[in-house]
Structure formats: structure tokens, C-alpha cells
Design a protein. Structure first.
Length: 437
């Protein structure tokens, strides 16, 4: 187990306290207000605002749904099903990146099979009249409420496990209980040898719920109106393409910051268990009661633009991954890649090298992949048109998140690679948007 001095926090204690306090104080009520506004107040912030003005705190407590037995049952069945798929579906053995302590996590790549089996099972349950997804929509508030409390308890479990029974050497305390709880203690927590907790929370519960809820909203609109509006179709298809891309590339995701650098704590796990199912899916939640007709031309153009953005985002990740996997012996935009050979020292004092790609998408800016990510979110939201701001909350949130993430990643890489990162910044001066930022 790493000693306290070896474990660095991502932000200063002050920033951590401030962000933790605001996350704990504002995020749970925000999730409930978002759901309430989308489902019961026509998506209008003004309407919800007026309600709160009139009824005050008591009114807010009244709209906060209690976690019911139905909500717990839905969450439990879904979670158990996903855990079983993660454990038992066959998949290729893949290795994650070597951690700073020299540990190399091994995974079973069965995400794509789990994804298709989940959607197939869900649609079959509906088709054969065994379970109607509208039940999920009708109990959405209770489900979010249960997730808010349940995930908090889950994060306490993660903290205790990190203290008492860490799964690998990539674990440690920074000496501050609050920061340990918030940023997490273990990088690769597991139950037993094979059940990876972060793969479960981030991928199989969080990301999977995105696709399941997207389908749920579509079915709810169909059952409510007897048809699905083209706006809802564009939204659902784009979200499904995005999540399909995610699972197609899931083994690549295991090499990213979320898995390889961010520890399993409140910040990432609560976010994946609560924020993804509620906030990420919110444009679809809005559309259920707003069957907007875009017309074929606008619908097709929006769909194609969204697919193009998702493809470019995928291609950025693919380029980096292929470049690293082949040790730079690949072609990037039909040319040999230009690169920096960067050396760094691990916590155990070993010197290692990594390759930094400086051509292709990674030569445009240091985090160009965030541009198509944000644009794709815009294109699956724009079918909601511009009557209300709230459907665009996710796009705004994502933009802020990714700007912060680019900064965190730059800081981390600067301290890891030192002069080599400086060289990369000189070669590729923009952080996200070429020519602007
Ligand atoms: P990545 O982890 O994939 O990329 C950053 C890492 O790549 C760095 O930490 C560094 O790691 C390495 N790296 C940096 N520059 C280079 C380079 N020039 N050549 C090779 N390697 C380099 O980024 P993210 O995790 O942020 O993003 C992954 C995907 O997830 C993206 O598609 C992103 O859009 C998406 N995403 C979506 C979010 C959402 O909420 N919807 C949130 C965040 C991300 P090393 O230490 O190995 O050198």
C-alpha cells in the first residue's frame, strides 16, 4: 500500500473541500429538480422556480420522491443482471496500462456482448409483455432518489474497503479522511480476483443505463402517443450510436484518465451511478412530453452531423490508442506519425518512456477529441429546439467538465513528463480548440 506522502491529490485541499461541499449540497437536489422539471413542469425552469417561490422548502421536500420498493427492485435487478454479464460473459483477456507502482490490471473485454444482450433482453421483455419500460419512466424520480442515497452508501463501502482490504498496490491515503472519501483510495478496487468495481460503476451500470434509459424514453413516447416523433428518433439513435461506440472501444476506455488515474471515490463513482443516468440522459427525458416534428430534411441533417461528430471523437481515441499499441509504427492520416519520445520516472524510481503523438488529431490541439464530444451532445439535444434551456444543461455541463479535465490532464502530464510535455506544448500550443483555446 502506498504511503500517505506518495498519494497526490488532483486539486488542492481547498478546491477539494469546495467542490465536494457543492457536489454534496447541490447535485442531489439538482438531480431531483431536473427530473421534476422535465417530467412534471414541461421542462420550464420558470415554472419550477415559481413553484419553489410559492411553496418554499416544504414544497421542495414534497416533490422529492421517496425511494420506493419498486425503485429498489428495478435498480437491484438491473445491477445484478449487469454484474452477472460482466462476470460470466466470455471475452478476450486485455491488459490495462501499467500503473505508477508497476501494477498491470487485467480485464475481460466483454462489454460489447453485455451491451447487446442488455438491449436485446430489455426490448424482449417489453415485446413479450413481461416488463414494460414505461414502469421505469413512471418511477424515475423514485429511482433517482434511491440511486442518490444508495450510491452514497456505496462510496462509504469503497472508502472502508480502501482502508481495510485494498485489492492492489495502487491504493493509499493522503492522510485526510474527507479527501480520501472524495477522490477515492483505490485505483483498481476489485471484489475477488475478477470483479472490477470501476468497470461496473463506470461502464456496466453508468454508461449502460444511458442506453437503457434512452430506449425507455422512446418507448414511453410511443406508448403515450402511439408514435415516436422524429426529434425523439434522432435523439435516441445518436445516444445509442454514442454508447455503442463507447462499448466498442471499452478496452480503450480502460486506458483513459477515468480508469487509469482517477481513484474510485465519491467524485467518479457517485457521478457514474447517479449523474450519468439522470443528467446525461436528460435531453431524451425532456423529449418524452415534447414530440417535436423536425421534418425529414432537418432530422436527417442533424442525425448525420451527430454521427460524424461521434465518428471523429472515436477516431481521435483510436489514433492515440493505435499509435501507443504499435509503438508509433502506424500511419496517421496516411503518413508516418510525428512524435516525442518522453521519459518519466515511476514512484518506484524506474525510468520508463512513453510516446506522445504530435500529428493527426493530436497535432491540432492537445485535447481536440473534446470538440466533437461536445458537438455530438449538441446534435442529440438540438431536436428539442430552443423553447427551453434545460435540455441544453448537459451540453453546458460537459463543456465545463471537459475544460476542467483538459487542465487536470495537462497538469498531470506536465508533472509526469516535465520538459517533454513542455516540448509538446510548444509544438501543439492549443489546449482544446485550435486557434482559440
Ligand atoms: P484520454 O485519457 O484518452 O487522453 C489523455 C491521456 O492520453 C493523457 O493523460 C496521457 O496519458 C495521454 N496523452 C496525452 N497526450 C497524448 C499524445 N499526444 N499522444 C499520446 N498520448 C497522449 O482522455 P480522456 O479520458 O479525457 O478522454 C477519453 C474519451 O472519453 C474521449 O473520447 C472523451 O471525449 C471522452 N470523455 C467523455 C466524457 C463525458 O462525460 N461524456 C468525460 C471525459 C471524457 P499517459 O499518462 O498515458 O501519457
Amino acid at each position: 500500500m502506498a504511503t500517505s506522502s506518495e498519494t497526490k491529490t488532483v486539486h488542492s485541499p481547498l478546491v477539494t473541500y469546495a467542490s465536494m461541499l457543492s457536489l454534496l449540497t447541490f447535485c442531489p437536489p439538482f438531480v431531483i429538480l431536473l427530473w421534476y422539471t422535465m417530467v412534471h413542469a414541461d421542462g420550464s425552469i420558470t415554472r419550477t422556480g415559481n413553484y419553489l417561490k410559492q411553496h418554499g422548502l416544504q414544497g421542495f421536500i414534497q416533490i422529492w420522491p421517496k425511494p420506493t420498493a419498486t425503485a429498489w427492485k428495478i435498480i437491484f435487478c438491473y445491477g445484478a443482471f449487469e454484474a452477472a454479464l460482466q462476470l460470466f460473459l466470455p471475452g478476450k483477456r486485455v491488459q490495462g496500462p501499467i500503473s505508477p507502482t508497476g501494477h498491470c490490471p487485467v480485464y475481460k473485454a466483454n462489454g460489447m456482448a453485455a451491451y447487446f444482450l442488455t438491449l436485446f433482453t430489455y426490448l424482449s421483455l417489453w415485446w413479450f409483455g413481461i416488463f414494460n419500460p414505461t414502469v421505469v419512466y413512471d418511477h424515475l424520480g423514485e429511482i433517482f432518489s434511491a440511486l442518490i442515497f444508495g450510491s452514497f452508501i456505496f462510496c462509504i463501502f469503497l472508502y472502508i474497503k480502501g482502508q481495510l482490504a485494498p485489492s492492489s498496490t495502487d491504493s493509499g491515503s493522503c492522510g485526510n479522511i474527507i479527501i480520501d472519501f472524495y477522490w477515492g483510495m483505490e485505483l483498481y478496487p476489485r471484489i475477488g480476483k475478477d470483479f472490477d468495481i470501476k468497470v461496473f460503476t463506470n461502464c456496466r451500470f453508468g454508461m449502460m443505463s444511458w442506453s437503457v434509459l434512452a430506449v425507455t424514453y422512446c418507448i414511453k413516447q410511443y406508448e403515450q402517443n402511439g408514435r415516436v416523433a422524429d426529434s425523439m428518433l434522432v435523439n435516441t439513435i445518436l445516444m445509442l450510436v454514442y454508447v455503442t461506440k463507447f462499448f466498442w472501444w471499452e478496452a480503450g476506455y480502460w486506458n483513459t484518465m477515468d480508469i487509469a488515474h482517477d481513484r474510485a471515490g465519491f467524485y467518479i463513482c457517485w457521478g457514474c451511478l447517479v449523474w450519468v443516468p439522470s443528467v446525461y440522459t436528460s435531453p431524451g427525458m425532456y423529449l418524452v412530453n415534447h414530440p417535436i416534428n423536425l421534418g425529414t430534411q432537418l432530422a436527417v441533417c442533424t442525425l448525420l452531423a451527430g454521427i460524424l461528430c461521434i465518428y471523429i471523437n472515436y477516431d481521435c481515441d483510436r489514433q492515440r490508442q493505435e499509435f501507443r499499441q504499435t509503438n508509433g509504427k502506424c500511419s496517421i492520416w496516411r503518413k508516418a506519425p510525428s512524435k516525442i519520445v518522453a521519459s518519466y520516472t515511476t514512484t518506484s524510481g524506474e525510468t520508463k518512456t512513453s510516446l506522445l503523438l504530435t500529428s493527426g488529431w493530436w497535432g491540432l490541439s492537445r485535447h481536440f477529441h473534446y470538440v466533437p464530444e461536445i458537438l455530438a451532445a449538441f446534435f442529440w439535444t438540438v431536436p428539442a429546439l430552443f423553447n427551453h434551456f434545460l435540455p441544453y444543461f448537459y451540453v453546458v455541463f460537459l463543456t465545463i467538465l471537459l475544460i476542467d479535465r483538459a487542465k487536470r490532464d495537462d497538469d498531470r502530464c506536465r508533472s509526469k513528463y516535465g520538459k517533454y510535455w513542455k516540448l509538446y506544448c510548444e509544438k501543439v500550443p492549443y489546449k482544446i480548440l485550435p486557434g482559440v483555446y
